[in-house]
Structures are given as structure tokens and as C-alpha cells.
Design a protein around this ligand. Structure first.
Ligand SMILES: [Zn+2]
Length: 644
């Protein structure tokens, strides 16, 4: 940015700060920062201060009709789509913003990771009503990974508009692209492969940020029809329900998939020794097959295809899916190259998480959940689909699959912005992953059994030590601009531990109830961090700004210390709050007789700015201890005990 523009930007930023300052309450070091845009949304009634959507909340929507051919020998994808956008906002739109994320791979593209350079997303044609649209201000423009389509006339509230686009791109090799690619032209996973509308939301309007590689996504909900053409013998799994099974699957495969919906066993749709026998699929006269999928209310679609995969299937029982007391079923699938780690157990791992999350959080709404092996090192989530590396031993793979499948709730059902608040999906996902993992292995191996309370204790202990060494970066930082080394703790481990700590603060009923309510209220919508925070405040019936300020917005640490001293015949106990964060204090005194007395110092005492608390206590006191149950992220445990 040239210096003169920089000066203007600084001046504008200063004005904005002053404005928000003028509107704030008297300075409160423990309050949440004000956000003008968000306050305006509350005034407009699209949001509320209760952590629920406001009465005037809206989302825009879209429909995609996509035909795509995957040509494995050339690692080439050719696509053609009709994109329809519906404006349900109260404002008329002049233009549409569309992501072309394959442009991450263009030579010279802005990015935060090293990737294979390809030709990027190559546009063959853009048409509206059969007429070609031109590149330029009046047609469409492409800047990096974002395309802007100028509308011939404003799109009024309640109206829809369509255009058609055809394209092709070279699929990057596995390991040379974030979250997608191909392995030796034998296994393909397509993510971020089609033109996708950016989100236009009630708070910020268009949110069409560049795809730089690290930061993930913000996506709107849409309906899709997807026709995927592949060579004979290749199986295709994708987001959505397969509509033409009779045309692409053999009788044998169809029968096995039906059995999977009735049986708790893992059914081999393609067993290890059946790979390549040609008996699983059907092809047309041209030696190809076209698989048609339909998906509703999803924020993205992904495709997995291979002629090397074994294919397992079973089903999960989805508690209360069709209303209270009316359970539903969801097909569970795993596709993998046989012999890879513990993948022959992947369907079992996937079923456990889908059933657990449906029971504990919100019913899984979609017809299937498919775990695909290969391509990447870790795991990545897509609606109804996950792509995971080999995952090593059973325990590692179970944890990885649990993590990716919790993402079906955050951010797939609850459409958070993963770039601005990666912690909202990664932290919450890591939190549930820990509970699910412990529960899965409890049933398997009682010697390693951990209760929920054990998981909370272990997570808090580990993170307290870590924060003592290095407080890291704030959770709320932008995913693309938080240093890589600090990002993982700020987005995953810390917000997960901070949720465990919040569970300790609020108790299970309020805490888990707040999370369930948050998911139910924000399903298929776009909550902001303020909505997440307010959901807990509403459930708890009190202001928790001080908590979220300390643990999400700042890198404050927490350390309270206790001391005992004798003054004449009296015993004085002192508790000091040594760092910026505050938490309520429980002080347990052990008397000479061995009996105990407990004193509570409410958090309000510390919130008033007090740094020290002192009181005469029982003259028979021998020992004192604070935080006896290890509920808080206290960075120094050595000063939690004192004796006389
Ligand atoms: Zn994740």
C-alpha cells in the first residue's frame, strides 16, 4: 500500500475508533470490544443480544446445476454449471461475488502456502440467457480467487438471477494442494473445484475474501444437482444422495447398500479381493458412467472417485431426526485403499461420532456420511464427506475421523466464518472430539477409561502448562494472518480448553444446554462470535463478557496465589490475583483437626479491580488451598497452597 493511502487509512481507522469509543460504556477493561457493524445488525433486528437470530434475520440462497467430467489420465476436470442466486436481503444487489478457489494454483498468486502451479481455474465461457458475457467492468472480472459478476440491472429483494459458466482445470498432485488433489491419477478428491457464490450476510454484505491457502472458508447454504462423469469401473462418492443408482451400480452393489441400511454389521460393498473385478459398477456404451447426486441445504459439495477403493457401508441411528422420539437412519460409508492403517474400522468410527453428536447436540440431517482415505496428511471436512490421511493406528484414526465428523455440526450445520473465527469451528470441534474419543475407547478398553470429568481435567492441565510457557495469540485472530506457529493453539487447543473451563464455571446443564440451543438456533445460518458468547450469557443469565474478553480476545493468563500468616492470635489468609485474567476463587482451609472450611470469593470482587483479598480466618487453620478441584487454567500451581 503506498504511504499516502496508508496515512489516509490510519486516519480513518482513528476516526472509527473514536466513534466506537464515544458510544461505549465507561471504559471497562473486562468488557468485550464494541463492534459497530454488529451493533447495527442488532438495531436492524437481524441479530439479537440474546445469542439468537433476530426477528428479521435472513440468508440469501443459491442453486447449482453442475455437470462435471473427471478425466483421470490427464488429471483434468471439465465442468459446466448453471448458477442461480436468490436475494432474500432487503437490499438490491448490483453484482455477485463468486469464489474460483483453484486460482490459488496460478503462477504468482497471493498465497500463504507452497502449492503446485497449474493453469488455475480456466474459464471457457460465461453466458447469461444464452448470450456470452465479456470480461470487464460490465461483464465479469476475476481478481485472484474472486470473480465479480456485474448484473445488468439491480437484483431486487426476493428476486433470482442466473448465469452459466464452463471451465476446466488441472487437478494438483496430492500433497501439493491444500485439502484436495489426486494420487498417481488413481484416486481423486475434488474440493474447491467449482464456482461458488461468496456469502452476502446481514452484518457485512459481501464477504468475498481471497483464498490464500491457510484460512478456511465462509460459505452460504444452497441446493445442488451434480452429474459426475468418470470412466467405467470408477466409483464416485459425493455430497448428496445418489439419484441414479440403477444406472451406475451393479445389482450386487445396490443390494449390498440396501443390506447396509438394515444391518449393524459393516457390509463390504467392494471387498478387498473385488477391487477391479468390474462387477461393482455399470457403464454406458462409451465406457463411461455419469453419477447424479442431489443435495439440499449444504454449504459446499465435494467428490471422491477412484478405481482402487474398497467400499464399506453400514448405517447410523440418528436420534430424533424426524422429530422428538422419531429416529432416522443415515448411511455410513468408508472408501479406502485396503491395508491402509485401521481403515477397515473407519465406518465403525464414523458411526459412533454421528450417533453421539446426534444424541448429544443436534440430529445429523443428511442422508449419508462418507469417510474417504488418502491425498492429505491430516483430515478435512466437507458436507457429508471427509477426506483423511491414513491416520496410523486405530486410536489415531478414530480421533481424526471424530474430529472431521464433528465438523458436520461446526461449520457445516452452523455456518460460521472460519477465516475470521477459526476457533469457533476448530475449538468447538476439538472440545467434542476429546469427549467422543474417550467414550469410544471406554467401551473398547476399560483400563484406559476416562470420564468426561477426566477429559476436562486433562485438557485444562495440559493447556494451563502450555499457556504458562507461551500465552500465544488471541483466539479471535484472522486465520490467514495469525502466525502459523501460534495458530494451532489459538484455533484448536486453547479454545477447546477454554470451553472445558467454561463447563466448570457454568455446570453441565447450563453449558451443554447453551451449546445445544446455539446449534438449534443457528442451524443453516451464520452466527458471529458475539452470538456464540451471548448464547452462553443467555443460558447462564449473567454477563460473561469478562470471560470471553480474557480468554478469546486477549492473551491474558490467570494465576492466583494464596498465603497464610499469623498476627498475634489471629490467622490471616491472603489471595492475590497475579495476572490479568480473573476467575472466582474457592479457598479451602484445613484445620489442625483435619476438618475443612470453604470460603468463596466471587468473580465480581476481582472484576471491581481488586488485586488482593485478605481476611481473618479460623485460628486453627493449618493449611490453605485455592482451586482445589483444578477447575481453572491457572498458570502456576506451586502458589496454590500455603501452610503455617
Ligand atoms: Zn478441524
Amino acid at each position: 500500500m503506498p504511504w499516502i493511502r496508508l496515512l489516509i487509512a490510519v486516519a480513518l481507522a482513528a476516526t472509527a475508533t473514536n466513534l466506537s469509543f464515544a458510544q461505549s460504556d465507561p471504559f471497562d477493561p473486562f468488557g468485550l470490544p464494541r463492534d459497530q457493524e454488529f451493533s447495527k445488525a442488532i438495531e436492524a433486528g437481524t441479530r439479537s443480544a440474546k445469542g439468537e437470530p433476530g426477528p428479521k434475520f435472513w440468508t440469501n440462497t443459491a442453486a447449482y446445476d453442475i455437470e462435471v467430467e473427471i478425466i483421470p489420465d490427464e488429471a483434468l476436470v471439465r465442468g459446466k454449471a448453471k448458477l442461480t442466486y436468490t436475494n432474500r436481503s432487503p437490499r438490491a444487489l448490483r453484482r455477485l461475488q463468486v469464489h474460483l478457489r483453484q486460482n490459488l494454483h496460478l503462477p504468482g498468486a497471493q498465497r500463504t502456502r507452497t502449492v503446485e502451479t497449474t493453469g488455475g481455474f480456466e474459464i471457457d465461457a460465461v453466458t447469461r440467457d444464452g448470450e456470452a458475457m465479456r470480461r470487464g467492468r460490465r461483464g465479469y472480472r476475476v481478481r485472484g480467487t474472486v470473480m465479480t459478476v456485474q448484473l445488468p440491472e439491480r437484483l431486487a429483494s426476493g428476486e433470482s438471477t442466473s448465469f452459466e459458466i464452463s471451465w476446466h482445470f488441472t487437478v494438483p498432485r496430492a500433497g501439493r494442494a491444500p485439502r484436495m488433489g489426486h494420487e498417481n491419477k488413481k484416486v481423486f478428491y475434488l474440493g474447491y473445484w467449482y464456482p461458488q457464490f461468496a456469502v452476502y450476510d446481514d452484518v457485512s454484505g459481501w464477504v468475498a475474501e481471497q483464498y490464500l491457502g491457510n484460512g478456511e472458508f465462509y460459505m452460504g447454504y444452497a441446493d445442488y444437482r451434480l452429474a459426475v462423469t468418470v470412466p467405467a469401473g470408477w466409483i464416485v462418492r459425493a455430497t448428496g444422495e445418489l439419484e441414479n443408482a440403477a444406472e451406475v451400480l451393479s445389482e450386487r452393489s445396490q443390494e449390498r447398500l440396501r443390506t447396509a441400511m438394515e444391518s449393524r454389521d459393516i457390509v463390504k460393498v467392494i471387498a478387498r479381493d473385488e477391487i477391479g473385478d468390474g462387477l461393482a459398477t455399470k457403464a454406458d456404451a462409451n465406457g463411461k458412467s455419469t453419477w447424479i447426486f442431489r443435495a439440499e441445504q449444504v454449504r459446499d459439495v465435494a467428490i471422491s472417485t477412484s478405481n482402487q477403493y474398497a467400499w464399506d457401508a453400514t448405517h447410523a441411528v440418528v436420534k430424533d431426526r424426524d422429530g422428538e422420539g422419531k429416529d432416522g437412519k443415515c448411511r455410513i460409508e468408508a472408501v479406502y485403499e485396503p491395508g491402509t492403517g485401521a481403515w477397515n474400522r473407519a465406518a465403525e468410527f464414523a458411526r459412533h461420532t454421528i450417533e453421539w453428536m446426534s444424541r448429544e447436540v443436534y440430529p445429523y440431517p443428511w442422508p449419508h456420511m462418507t469417510a474417504c482415505e488418502g491425498i492429505i496428511g491430516g483430515g478435512m471436512e466437507y458436507p457429508m464427506m471427509t477426506l483423511c490421511g491414513s491416520g496410523g493406528r486405530a486410536r489415531g484414526l478414530q480421533g481424526l475421523i471424530a474430529h472431521e465428523l464433528v465438523h458436520m455440526w461446526f461449520p457445516m450445520i452452523v455456518g460460521q466464518n472460519e477465516k475470521w473465527d477459526a476457533w469457533m469451528d476448530e475449538g468447538t470441534t476439538s472440545f467434542y472430539e476429546g469427549l467422543i474419543e474417550a467414550e469410544f475407547w471406554k467401551s473398547e478398553d476399560m483400563t484406559a477409561a476416562e470420564s468426561r470429568a477426566d477429559v476436562t481435567k486433562r485438557t485444562i492441565r495440559g493447556m494451563a502448562r502450555r499457556l504458562a510457557r507461551n500465552p500465544g495469540a488471541p483466539c479471535v485472530g484472522h486465520a490467514d494472518f495469525t502466525p502459523r506457529g501460534a495458530f494451532v493453539a489459538a484455533a484448536y487447543g486453547k479454545p477447546s480448553a477454554v470451553l472445558h473451563q467454561l463447563r466448570n464455571l457454568l455446570g453441565d446443564e447450563i453449558f451443554f444446554g447453551a451449546l445445544r440451543n446455539y446449534v438449534a438456533k443457528w442451524a443453516y445460518k451464520h452466527p458471529r462470535r458475539q452470538d456464540f458468547f451471548a448464547a452462553f450469557e443467555t443460558a447462564a443469565g449473567r454477563d460473561l463478557g469478562w470471560y470471553f474478553r480474557a480468554w478469546h480476545h486477549e492473551v491474558w493468563t490467570f494465576d492466583q496465589a494464596v498465603a497464610l500468616r499469623r498476627e498475634g492470635d489471629e490467622v490471616i489468609a491472603t489471595v492475590k490475583n497475579l495476572q490479568s485474567a480473573v476467575m472466582p476463587t474457592t479457598l479451602v482451609l484445613t484445620l489442625e483437626s483435619g476438618e475443612t472450611e470453604t470460603l468463596e470469593i466471587p468473580v465480581d470482587y476481582w472484576l471491581q479491580g481488586n488485586r488482593e483479598w485478605s481476611q481473618k480466618v479460623n485460628t486453627k487453620t493449618a493449611k490453605a488451598r485455592i482451586d482445589p478441584e483444578r477447575l481453572w487454567l491457572d498458570s502456576d500451581r506451586d502458589n496454590d497452597e500455603a501452610s503455617l
